[in-house]
Every structure is written in structure tokens, then in C-alpha cells.
Design a protein around this ligand. Sequence first.
Ligand code: URA
Length: 231
Amino acid sequence: MRLDKFLSQYTDYSRSQIQQLVKAARVTVNGEIVRKADNKLRGDEQVRLDDQLIQAFSNRYIMLHKPLGYVCANNDSEHPVVVDLLAVPRKQDLQIAGRLDLDTTGLVLLTDDGQWNHRITAPKQECAKTYLVTTAEPIHHDVISLFAQGVQLHGEKHLTRPAQLDILNSHSARLQIHEGKYHQVKRMFAATGNRVVQLHRESIGNILLDSQLAPGEYRPLTETEIQEALQ
Ligand code: URA
């Protein structure tokens, strides 16, 4: 790979800024000042900018405990966005694997690995997501079989996929769904004449929200979590 391509990929500098940095003798390869930005790299060199080692990034996989009031987006004109919570470079490259509403809390996954994101979010994968739900009205026992059979949501062609509802007490339940339609959980409860007042996502596939993470905190996924997300 060319030196200028490497630097533009793994720093926040543009190609023209990199030309200037090279001209100013601020870039070294294996300890030698380089004079040409189009020098070829084999891949095992140590590239430094102002003595700082520039390392090739591998893909990033992040688990975030989303707090209330944040939008699952990279930019928003009205509200803070979840990437504001991350102290990482190249935030614009991060994709959100399964968005949550402004007033929903819990597990959000962010990655710059588009294929992995697709495997988590593609409707065909039927990746399970588990939510803790608190409702305005008591949850009727009949809702268990209704959700297991599938509910007709307003404006949708097909019934929802079978979902598992576990009633925890009169106004709260754990719900596992295998799809991610817009406002799906709220709409499912609305279809039963009830209203969701609190919603929290506990898991996506095999990845559980780390109980050590307070709202707003995040950590990288472990190798096992990345590999086993969908098993
Ligand atoms: N279903 C909803 O209604 N809202 C969410 O944020 C997630 C699932």
C-alpha cells in the first residue's frame, strides 16, 4: 500500500495534508525520514508521524449502554447522539447494529465491520433481541399466546414473527423478538390496548449487556462475543 493511502486510512489527515506532513519531514518509516508520499509499504514497517507510531486499525466492535435521551445515529440536529458518548477516532465510520428509540435504554452495538453488522441486523438472520418492558396497564395473560402466534401491526402486511413473552409482574415483562420493525415492541403492546412506558434492551443474539456498564458507558466486545454473536 502507498504511504499516503496508509496514513489517510489510519489517521484523520487528508491526502493533501499528508503531502504537507511528508514535505515537512514529519513522517518516518523504520526510523528514516521519508521524502515521497507515494512510497510503497510492504506492510511490516513502523510508520511514525511526529514520533507517534501509526497502527493499522482492525475492525472495532463496541457494546454501549445507551442512556435515555440519546439518538441512535451519527448526527442529529436536536438531540445528543450515541457516538457522542464514545472517545474513539473515526466515529463517522461506526455503524449502529440495531437502533433504539430516544426513550429506550440498554444494549447498542457499534461496529465498522459492515458484514458483521449485516449478519446481526439482516431480517433473514432472525437474531433474537430481549427487552424488559414496563407498561401503563396490567399485562393480560392472553398476550403470551397472542405474541407467540404473531400480532397484526398497523400498516404491516404480515403478522409479527412468534415472540416469547415472560410476564414478571402485573406491569412488567421480558419479551424476546426475532425481528426489528420500527417501534416494534411499543407497537406490539399498543396492539393489545396497552402502552409501553419503559423499554430496556438486555441482549442481542448471544451478547448480553454487561452489568458493569452504567448508562453511557461502553467497552469493546470480547473475541468470543464477536464470534458467537449469532450462534
Ligand atoms: N421496539 C421499540 O418499540 N423501541 C425500541 O427502541 C426498540 C424496540
